[in-house]
Design a protein around this ligand. Structure first.
Ligand code: C2E
Ligand code: MG
Ligand code: MG
Ligand code: MG
Length: 279
């Protein structure tokens, strides 16, 4: 009898679920620590190019190397950071690091890229201080606002669209540019296009992967047409083959980011990349 109820009780705890919770808590506390030590986090730069592979800019992506666990996948710790609120100090760290790096390039007389994308989370936009802080940091590091592109993913935008709109307008008014990231994967991509003040659309990798399947191709062609009508720049992300780049070029796409030209690179490797401002 006791044994049976014991077993019955045990079944309430799903060991797999428990393992996931433990893992999450573990990552969260390690990330909290990483934010205080400065040595585990770093940023990498993925060139954004024309169809010939001439880079005019880059996207900044964060990396985390734990001393014992090694590289923690970015999508994994970003998700945990968003769920726990750690995304706020983490993003502040990333922006600070990016601006500091750009300033150091300037001091080395390296021409700055015309476009530097930084990912921001919807949670940051809900913080009143965000815009002010960003302007303050750009000031301190002497960064021209129009070189900075803030990338927002569609998922997460759902809440408080009015506030999002207000913050984005403010950012654009002071010269920053806004990109809608992972375009096409959200629940209301078209209403974001209609409602949000934007400069750039980044077509999600899933559309690039499906480019040669019927259906997807037509959708991508239509996105190109909409982008043109709305005077939005379009960047195709996750381009891995020359066939994809050729097909997208034929549809009018002029900007590419993906492994075909380059994976994300550490600073010194990025600086060796061929630069040809095209804007
Ligand atoms: P994302 O902003 O859409 O960034 C592009 C992701 O696609 C990067 O993964 C990049 O390494 C990967 N990628 C680029 N080209 C290719 C390709 O040709 N093939 C494939 N298979 N993948 C490609 P990563 O660095 O792991 O970042 C994943 C996501 O994590 C990002 O997606 C972004 O949403 C988020 N993230 C990364 N860094 C930051 C950050 O600094 N702040 C915030 N808030 N989010 C970040
Ligand atoms: Mg992005
Ligand atoms: Mg993206
Ligand atoms: Mg993506």
């Amino acid at each position: 009898q006791a044994k049976r109820s014991g077993r019955g009780r045990y079944a309430i705890f799903d060991p797999e679920l428990q393992r996931r919770i433990d893992h999450r808590v573990d990552i969260e506390s390690k990330l909290r620590h990483a934010l205080t030590v400065e040595s585990e986090l770093y940023i990498v730069f993925q060139p954004i190019t024309d169809q010939h592979g001439n880079a005019f800019g880059c996207e900044v992506l964060v990396r985390w190397k734990h001393p014992r666990q090694g590289i923690v996948p970015t999508f994994e710790f970003i998700r945990i950071a968003e769920e726990s609120g750690l995304i706020i100090p983490l993003s502040r760290w990333i922006i600070n690091k990016t601006f500091k790096t750009l300033q150091s390039w300037k001091n080395r007389h390296i021409p700055l890229p015309a476009h530097v994308s930084i990912n921001i989370s919807a949670l940051q936009l809900s913080e009143d201080e965000f815009v002010e802080d960003l302007i303050g940091l750009a000031d301190i590091y002497d960064i021209a606002h129009n070189t900075i592109v803030l990338e927002l993913t569609e998922s997460g935008l759902l809440e408080d669209i009015d506030n999002t709109k207000r913050q984005l307008s403010l950012l654009r008014k002071t010269g920053f540019r806004i990109a809608l990231d992972d375009f096409g994967t959200g629940y209301s991509s078209l209403s974001y296009l209609r409602d949000l003040p934007l400069d750039i659309i980044k077509i999600d990798r899933s559309f690039v992967i499906g480019l040669f399947q019927s259906g997807t191709r037509e959708v991508v062609e239509s996105i190109m047409v909409i982008g043109k009508h709305m005077h939005l720049e379009i960047i195709a992300e996750g381009t891995e083959t020359i066939q994809q780049i050729d097909a997208l070029t034929q549809m009018g796409c002029k900007k590419f980011q993906g492994f075909y030209f380059s994976p994300p690179l550490e600073e010194e490797d990025y600086l060796k990349w061929k630069f040809h401002p095209i804007d």
